[in-house]
Design a protein around this ligand. Structure first.
Ligand SMILES: [Zn+2]
Ligand SMILES: [Zn+2]
Length: 363
């Protein structure tokens, strides 16, 4: 029987009692099991998860069971790039109704600490980020989330495209932090999904030249379609020489490193113009990476680190909905939740043939 609110509106759709969830039981092994559908109270919203993108961080935890000192606590549920439909609302929810289509900014923060108050809620000490251990993620059929981290989707924006608001948010935050200005030259290292979304962000922020670097031809092709003005296959060409010649010997105004590769980060210092900015986005495999600080000082480089994003979802959704970017190009593989093991394997092993792997928990 449907419960109703005081005003007679139903507060949830007809829901099953249990749902499927993809459990990471040990490295490289995911199993689907049934668990209860969560109940919502207060400002919580229950979302039927329609699409979830597999993120590089998901793949890293899947394969290695850890990122740095953060260990997976098994069994774990992964997935955080997600969108879906509102199917139940808590009694204090004011912003959403049943049937609303939403993108999920995949965390909740306290909203009262120093950093939350400053708008830098990515630095909240009490953040709970979906899929970052021990917090469980979105490879489930139904997910509960606080309403202030949900964003409405325009009708014509598909759920799978809406999931890209997450990696695009990283790109937007990175170009903002790096102070990328209209007319400038951006060099972006690493054309995985975050790199590709950073190409989009650089274009939106008015970069005149966007130089995309990677070793995988498929990724470089996608970069061109999303707005890169020049692509460099670093397996074939010397990036330093190429960027020198493309910038009349000046170097790039902003270099954005998304690959997390030690060598790429180290050589990024050389690619930056004197007085320019280096934005570090990709997590390196080792915690400490030696950098040429002397050269950084001599060039007076601004070094920025980027940790996730803040206040980017509305813009990200608008850009994805604009139709200005052929983002469909980057979704290369599609799986149901029952096929989650294959989805993770594909993302893990087929880095040259696969860009974004998408999972549909309710198909
Ligand atoms: Zn992600
Ligand atoms: Zn906080």
């Amino acid at each position: 029987m449907l419960k109703t609110e005081a005003d007679g509106r139903p507060n949830h759709a007809a829901l099953p009692e249990t749902m499927k969830a993809g459990f990471l039981d040990k490295p490289l092994e995911v199993n689907v099991r049934k668990i209860p559908v969560p109940e919502v109270t207060g400002t919580e919203v229950l979302i039927r998860v329609e699409a979830v993108g597999v993120c590089g961080s998901d793949v890293h935890y899947y394969a290695h069971g850890r990122i740095g000192k953060r260990l997976v606590q098994y069994p774990h549920i992964q997935g955080h790039e997600c969108a879906g439909t509102v199917v139940a609302i808590g009694d204090k929810v004011t912003r959403f109704q049943l049937g609303d289509r939403v993108a999920i900014e995949p965390w909740v923060t306290c909203m009262s600490c120093k950093w939350c108050k400053e708008g830098r809620y990515n630095l909240c000490p009490d953040v709970q980020f979906l899929s970052t251990p021990p917090v469980k993620g979105a490879f489930v059929q139904y997910l509960k989330h606080r309403e202030d981290f949900l964003f409405p989707l325009p009708d014509h924006l598909s759920f799978e495209h809406a999931t890209l608001a997450e990696p695009l948010s990283v790109g937007l935050h990175a170009v903002r932090r790096g102070g990328l200005e209209p007319g400038s030259t951006a060099a972006i290292i690493g054309m995985g999904p975050v790199g590709l979304m950073t190409v989009m962000a650089a274009k939106v922020f008015g970069a005149k030249e966007i130089i995309a670097c990677d070793v995988v031809p498929l990724r470089l092709e996608a970069a061109k379609k999303l707005g890169a003005t020049k692509v460099i296959n670093v397996a074939e060409k010397n990036v330093g020489d190429e960027i020198q010649s493309l910038t009349a010997g000046l170097g790039a105004d902003v270099v954005l490193e998304t690959s997390g590769n030690d060598k790429a980060l180290q050589s990024s210092v050389e690619l930056v113009k004197r007085g320019g900015a280096l934005v570090v986005i990709g997590f390196p495999a080792e915690e400490a990476v030696p950098l040429n600080v002397t050269l950084m000082l001599q060039k007076e480089i601004n070094l920025y680190s980027v940790y996730r994003y803040t206040n980017t979802y509305p813009l990200a959704i608008e850009l994805l909905a604009s139709g200005d970017f052929p983002v469909d190009e980057i979704i290369t593989d599609r799986y149901s939740l029952d096929e989650i093991q294959q989805a993770m394997e594909q993302a893990h092993t087929n880095k040259s043939g696969s860009l974004k792997v998408m999972v549909y928990p309710n198909q």
